[in-house]
Write a protein that binds this ligand. Structure first.
Ligand code: FES
Ligand code: FES
Length: 200
Protein backbone atom coordinates (compact mmCIF):
# COMPACT_ATOMS: atom_id res chain seq x y z
CA UNK A 1 0.00 0.00 0.00
CA UNK A 2 1.37 3.41 -1.01
CA UNK A 3 1.35 6.33 1.39
CA UNK A 4 -0.25 9.44 -0.08
CA UNK A 5 2.15 12.28 -1.08
CA UNK A 6 2.26 15.39 1.06
CA UNK A 7 -0.04 18.19 -0.08
CA UNK A 8 1.51 20.60 -2.53
CA UNK A 9 1.37 23.50 -0.11
CA UNK A 10 3.54 21.50 2.27
CA UNK A 11 6.33 21.19 -0.26
CA UNK A 12 8.66 23.68 -1.82
CA UNK A 13 11.75 23.71 -3.95
CA UNK A 14 15.10 23.24 -2.21
CA UNK A 15 18.29 25.01 -3.33
CA UNK A 16 19.11 21.82 -5.22
CA UNK A 17 16.81 20.07 -7.59
CA UNK A 18 14.83 18.13 -4.97
CA UNK A 19 11.82 18.94 -2.85
CA UNK A 20 11.98 19.70 0.86
CA UNK A 21 9.18 19.59 3.38
CA UNK A 22 8.03 22.74 5.09
CA UNK A 23 8.33 22.93 8.85
CA UNK A 24 6.49 25.03 11.35
CA UNK A 25 8.96 26.77 13.67
CA UNK A 26 8.23 28.84 16.73
CA UNK A 27 10.86 31.21 17.94
CA UNK A 28 11.07 34.44 19.83
CA UNK A 29 12.92 37.29 18.14
CA UNK A 30 13.58 40.53 19.99
CA UNK A 31 10.81 39.76 22.43
CA UNK A 32 8.19 38.92 19.81
CA UNK A 33 6.87 35.42 19.21
CA UNK A 34 6.83 34.19 15.63
CA UNK A 35 5.50 31.02 14.10
CA UNK A 36 6.70 30.56 10.54
CA UNK A 37 6.39 27.87 7.91
CA UNK A 38 9.78 27.39 6.30
CA UNK A 39 11.68 24.80 4.30
CA UNK A 40 14.18 22.85 6.37
CA UNK A 41 17.19 24.29 4.54
CA UNK A 42 16.48 27.96 5.39
CA UNK A 43 19.19 29.43 7.60
CA UNK A 44 18.41 31.56 10.62
CA UNK A 45 20.09 34.47 8.81
CA UNK A 46 17.78 34.21 5.81
CA UNK A 47 14.76 33.80 8.07
CA UNK A 48 15.64 36.99 9.94
CA UNK A 49 16.35 39.04 6.83
CA UNK A 50 13.99 37.65 4.20
CA UNK A 51 11.00 36.51 6.23
CA UNK A 52 11.01 38.76 9.30
CA UNK A 53 12.42 41.86 7.59
CA UNK A 54 15.16 42.33 10.19
CA UNK A 55 17.83 43.63 7.85
CA UNK A 56 20.15 44.81 10.61
CA UNK A 57 21.84 41.42 10.69
CA UNK A 58 24.24 41.39 7.76
CA UNK A 59 25.23 38.67 5.33
CA UNK A 60 28.93 38.90 4.63
CA UNK A 61 30.52 35.59 3.68
CA UNK A 62 27.53 33.30 4.38
CA UNK A 63 30.16 30.71 5.40
CA UNK A 64 30.86 31.39 9.07
CA UNK A 65 34.06 33.30 8.44
CA UNK A 66 33.31 37.01 8.94
CA UNK A 67 30.93 37.32 11.90
CA UNK A 68 28.71 39.90 10.18
CA UNK A 69 25.68 37.71 10.90
CA UNK A 70 26.32 37.31 14.64
CA UNK A 71 23.15 37.26 16.75
CA UNK A 72 22.39 36.10 20.28
CA UNK A 73 20.62 32.79 20.90
CA UNK A 74 19.52 32.56 24.52
CA UNK A 75 22.25 35.12 25.23
CA UNK A 76 25.01 33.19 23.46
CA UNK A 77 26.53 34.59 20.27
CA UNK A 78 26.13 32.45 17.17
CA UNK A 79 26.67 32.87 13.44
CA UNK A 80 23.18 33.01 11.99
CA UNK A 81 24.46 31.85 8.60
CA UNK A 82 25.67 28.57 10.08
CA UNK A 83 22.48 27.45 11.77
CA UNK A 84 19.21 26.31 10.25
CA UNK A 85 16.14 28.17 11.42
CA UNK A 86 14.42 24.87 12.27
CA UNK A 87 17.17 24.23 14.82
CA UNK A 88 16.14 27.35 16.75
CA UNK A 89 12.72 26.09 17.82
CA UNK A 90 11.85 27.77 21.12
CA UNK A 91 15.08 29.76 21.25
CA UNK A 92 15.15 33.41 22.27
CA UNK A 93 16.94 35.27 19.46
CA UNK A 94 18.25 38.82 19.77
CA UNK A 95 19.41 40.81 16.76
CA UNK A 96 20.94 44.27 16.71
CA UNK A 97 17.41 45.71 16.56
CA UNK A 98 16.71 44.14 19.95
CA UNK A 99 19.80 45.35 21.78
CA UNK A 100 18.27 48.52 23.30
CA UNK A 101 15.62 46.43 25.03
CA UNK A 102 18.35 44.19 26.44
CA UNK A 103 19.92 47.17 28.15
CA UNK A 104 16.95 47.43 30.46
CA UNK A 105 15.16 50.41 31.89
CA UNK A 106 17.45 53.32 32.55
CA UNK A 107 20.51 51.87 30.78
CA UNK A 108 19.49 52.64 27.20
CA UNK A 109 20.13 56.24 26.24
CA UNK A 110 18.25 57.73 23.30
CA UNK A 111 17.00 54.27 22.43
CA UNK A 112 20.48 52.79 22.20
CA UNK A 113 22.20 49.99 24.07
CA UNK A 114 25.26 51.35 25.95
CA UNK A 115 27.49 49.46 23.50
CA UNK A 116 25.83 51.20 20.56
CA UNK A 117 26.43 54.55 22.23
CA UNK A 118 30.05 53.60 22.95
CA UNK A 119 30.58 52.63 19.29
CA UNK A 120 29.37 56.10 18.31
CA UNK A 121 31.48 57.84 20.95
CA UNK A 122 34.67 55.98 19.91
CA UNK A 123 34.16 56.10 16.11
CA UNK A 124 34.10 52.31 16.17
CA UNK A 125 32.73 51.92 12.67
CA UNK A 126 33.27 53.33 9.22
CA UNK A 127 31.03 51.66 6.66
CA UNK A 128 29.16 50.00 9.52
CA UNK A 129 28.62 46.72 7.71
CA UNK A 130 30.28 44.64 10.39
CA UNK A 131 28.85 46.70 13.24
CA UNK A 132 25.65 44.77 14.05
CA UNK A 133 27.67 41.57 14.33
CA UNK A 134 30.34 43.31 16.38
CA UNK A 135 27.70 44.67 18.75
CA UNK A 136 25.95 41.34 19.24
CA UNK A 137 29.30 39.62 19.66
CA UNK A 138 30.33 42.16 22.30
CA UNK A 139 27.12 41.57 24.25
CA UNK A 140 27.82 37.83 24.05
CA UNK A 141 31.38 38.45 25.24
CA UNK A 142 30.10 40.30 28.29
CA UNK A 143 27.52 37.58 28.99
CA UNK A 144 30.32 35.02 28.93
CA UNK A 145 32.37 37.06 31.41
CA UNK A 146 36.06 36.58 31.97
CA UNK A 147 37.45 39.30 29.69
CA UNK A 148 39.86 41.24 31.91
CA UNK A 149 42.09 43.09 29.46
CA UNK A 150 42.02 44.72 26.05
CA UNK A 151 43.88 41.69 24.72
CA UNK A 152 41.07 39.48 26.01
CA UNK A 153 38.60 41.64 24.10
CA UNK A 154 40.71 41.42 20.93
CA UNK A 155 41.01 37.66 21.23
CA UNK A 156 37.33 37.06 21.99
CA UNK A 157 36.14 39.40 19.23
CA UNK A 158 38.50 37.87 16.67
CA UNK A 159 35.69 36.04 14.90
CA UNK A 160 34.24 39.39 13.80
CA UNK A 161 36.10 40.91 10.89
CA UNK A 162 36.08 44.60 10.01
CA UNK A 163 37.31 45.30 6.52
CA UNK A 164 37.54 49.02 7.36
CA UNK A 165 40.06 48.35 10.12
CA UNK A 166 38.16 50.03 12.95
CA UNK A 167 39.54 47.49 15.44
CA UNK A 168 41.26 49.89 17.88
CA UNK A 169 38.08 51.91 18.32
CA UNK A 170 35.98 48.75 18.62
CA UNK A 171 38.22 47.49 21.42
CA UNK A 172 38.01 50.88 23.13
CA UNK A 173 34.21 50.89 22.92
CA UNK A 174 33.78 47.33 24.18
CA UNK A 175 36.34 47.81 26.92
CA UNK A 176 34.59 50.96 28.14
CA UNK A 177 31.24 49.24 28.53
CA UNK A 178 32.83 46.10 29.98
CA UNK A 179 34.69 48.23 32.52
CA UNK A 180 38.13 47.27 31.22
CA UNK A 181 41.00 49.76 31.30
CA UNK A 182 42.67 50.13 27.93
CA UNK A 183 46.39 50.84 27.60
CA UNK A 184 46.40 53.98 25.44
CA UNK A 185 49.88 53.17 24.12
CA UNK A 186 48.67 49.86 22.66
CA UNK A 187 46.00 51.69 20.71
CA UNK A 188 48.26 54.33 19.22
CA UNK A 189 49.10 53.94 15.54
CA UNK A 190 52.56 52.48 14.94
CA UNK A 191 55.43 54.95 14.61
CA UNK A 192 56.37 55.66 10.99
CA UNK A 193 59.40 53.84 9.60
CA UNK A 194 62.63 55.85 9.77
CA UNK A 195 63.75 57.04 6.35
CA UNK A 196 67.12 55.52 5.46
CA UNK A 197 69.85 57.76 4.07
CA UNK A 198 70.76 56.82 0.53
CA UNK A 199 74.07 54.86 0.43
CA UNK A 200 74.77 55.82 -3.20
S1 FES B 1 27.83 35.93 7.08
FE1 FES B 1 27.89 34.56 8.72
S2 FES B 1 29.97 34.52 9.33
FE2 FES B 1 29.97 35.71 7.52
S1 FES C 1 33.11 49.38 9.77
FE1 FES C 1 33.20 48.66 7.74
S2 FES C 1 33.54 46.55 7.89
FE2 FES C 1 33.72 47.30 9.90
Amino acid sequence: MHSSPPPLEARTESPGDGLASVHSVRLRVNGQDHEVEIPSWVTLLDLLRERLGLMGTKKGCDHGQCGACTVLADGQRINACLTLAVMQEGVDITTVEGLPALAGEGRASAGLHPLQQAFIDHDAFQCGYCTPGQLCSAVGLMNEGGAQTADDVRERMSGNLCRCGAYPQIVQAVARVAGIRVDAMRLSPPAPFAVQESQA
